[in-house]
Design a protein. Sequence first.
Length: 238
Amino acid sequence: MLLSSLSPIARDSPPLFEPIYRRYDVGQASYSWVVGDGGGLGGVVAEEKMLVIDVVDNGGQWTHREWRMLRYLGVDTQIIDNTTSVEELRELDGLLLSGGAARVGLSGKLGNCSAYLELDLPVLGICAGHQFMARHYGGDCAEAPAPEFGAMEIAVIDGGGVLFSGTPEKQIVWESHNDEVVEVPVGFSITASSDSCRVQGMEDVLRRRFGLQFHPEVNDSEFGAEMMRNFVNFCGEQ
């Protein structure tokens, strides 16, 4: 039942994980990324700053849940309109392109997402954001022969790369799409599939680009929090 997927997260809920910080060491020209308690990194700490990962609002119905998931992962995050200029962006450690209205991934237009994909930082695209990412880098999207709505089983491929690390080979995720990626761009690999959709996940680690057709931010995605955590960790390691 859809109500379980849309149930609100209480404002006073405890964080899912410890905050993730960017740590600067005195007397060193470079900085270190710190995940959780920092893993025993040495040096005198002058300052700690939370990772900054913003969510681009492409009109998706669960954009607020993506923001909340990042927030409860200890990330400094805010929702920004997809017409926001690159010049207006904060100093970011990563960016998430949300889902959007039906067919937006096929239209060739998604606000300023093309400009965001030219930035030198990790980007995660979800649903329409995933489809747009594929198109942007030379892949293609089309109407799905079997549109997926609701809980579906996916299969992780060859360990699933960065996002699926530590999650089972078979798992349930929440789908809501009429269209899908039918051609993966050069340099990308498929990280997950389902019987109805060949490209449930894709990644290009060298470009630091990741895409998911389903919605990890929705409760019914069994390991969605772990996927988001893996993306945040990846941003923190750059």
